[in-house]
Design a protein around this ligand. Structure first.
Ligand SMILES: Nc1ncnc2c1ncn2[C@@H]1O[C@H](COP(=O)(O)OP(=O)(O)OP(=O)(O)O)[C@@H](O)[C@H]1O
Length: 353
């Protein structure tokens, strides 16, 4: 491994809440452990408290009384940011516009007093790692958005931080570039082994980058889990609907079946429950001939989305289901179809209050 490989620190935040001076309750007391080298994504809609949590970890914000932040078991709660050994990248690039790329990347090393020769070799290594070779002598204001974000990332990791904090670093970029940089970032984070906390409101970014995802809702943690757990086993309706597309169905339960107007759908659980709120992912529903499955419906609309086609199917009592199907044969609006759903694809959610 290259000499840039870092040694991530573990992070623990304990009962960290945040109430701002104006009374805004941005964060309910939260407890969270982040393993050394892990990439943890904080995901949620605007205003749910993601940035506040990140700023508490960075040392830019103090938690309310009773909160504690520790790195590798050492209490950091009142240690200032410059002594926490964290690297940060934000949505807007906080680079020095009239300095060269190389000087920007080496800035933190210089103020730490690193010798010139060592600095030059570290910068060269980072330039290669972040795919910006050839741009070393350009001024930052002569770079594209994607190039600037690569420089910002190289600068943040140059100091070999134990923890890397990223706040929507790709949000300002266009979609194609965002996808590419996301892949590069993934590779870089794995190569460096730095503990990373990544804030985003974009669920596909969260899925691709996170070892674990923390879904936040109104200042509280709604669920923590691997991307698979969050996707297939959401704890509540908010999580189910925030990540991916979800059909949410409320129906009575009878003998291990959801009783729907168009038929009886077998389910895995629900013993002792009279009714359920169930979630079914669109791609787990298989389109078959009418009559070949307990449920049936009429295709209301079809949209082609490249790798698959998405249909809205109208069942009895005008209930609608979203179904994602392979795109080989073209579905037609108005067609009658059967819908085959494996019992284990039906996820029961807690009843709504
Ligand atoms: N300095 C502050 N004073 C008062 N309220 C604040 C302050 N900073 C943030 N807030 C409020 O705290 C809540 C959480 O903000 P935060 O920035 O953590 O959300 P977020 O999930 O990161 O949202 P976004 O994705 O929009 O940045 C919001 O209601 C916000 O308006």
């Amino acid at each position: 491994m290259s000499s840039t490989a870092g040694h991530g620190a573990s992070v623990r935040i304990e009962t960290c809440g945040k109430t701002f001076a104006d009374g805004t309750r941005a964060l309910e007391p939260a407890t969270l452990d982040i393993a050394r080298g892990e990439t943890l994504v904080l995901l949620g809609p605007s205003g749910c408290g993601k940035t506040t949590m990140l700023r508490i970890i960075a040392g830019l914000e103090l938690p309310d009384a009773g909160g504690r932040v520790s790195f590798d078991g050492n209490d950091m709660t009142s240690v200032p940011i410059e002594r926490r050994n964290v690297g940060m990248v934000f949505q807007s690039y906080a680079l020095f516009p009239n300095m060269s790329v190389a000087d920007n990347i080496g800035y933190g090393l210089k103020i730490r007093g690193m010798a010139r020769e060592e600095r030059v070799s570290r910068v060269a290594e980072l330039v290669a790692l972040t795919n910006i070779s050839g741009l070393e002598n350009r001024r930052v204001d002569q770079l594209s958005g994607g190039q600037r974000q690569r420089v910002a990332l190289a600068r943040a990791v140059a100091i070999r931080p134990g923890i890397l904090l990223l706040d929507e670093p790709l949000t300002a970029l266009d979609a194609a570039l965002r996808d590419r940089l996301r892949g590069e970032l993934n590779r870089l984070l794995r190569a460096l082994g730095i503990t990373t906390i990544y804030v985003t409101h974009d669920q596909s970014e969260a899925m691709e980058l996170g070892d674990r995802i923390v879904v936040m809702q109104k200042g509280a943690i709604a669920q923590i889990g691997s991307p698979r757990e969050i996707y297939f086993k959401p704890r509540n309706r908010f999580v189910a609907e925030f990540i991916g597309a979800a059909n949410i169905i409320e129906a009575p339960i009878e003998d291990g079946h959801l009783v729907l107007p168009g038929g009886r759908q077998p389910i895995g659980g629900g013993a002792g429950q009279a009714a359920a709120v169930a979630m079914i992912r669109p791609e787990t529903i298989q389109v078959v001939k009418e009559g070949a499955a307990p449920l049936s419906g009429t295709i209301d609309s079809v949209s082609f989305i490249g790798d698959r086609q998405r249909m809205v199917v109208r069942g009895a009592s005008d209930r609608f289901l979203t179904v994602d199907a392979p795109n080989a044969s073209r579905a037609q609006a108005g067609e009658r179809i059967g819908l085959l759903i494996a019992p284990e694809a039906v996820r029961l959610l807690p009843p709504e209050n």
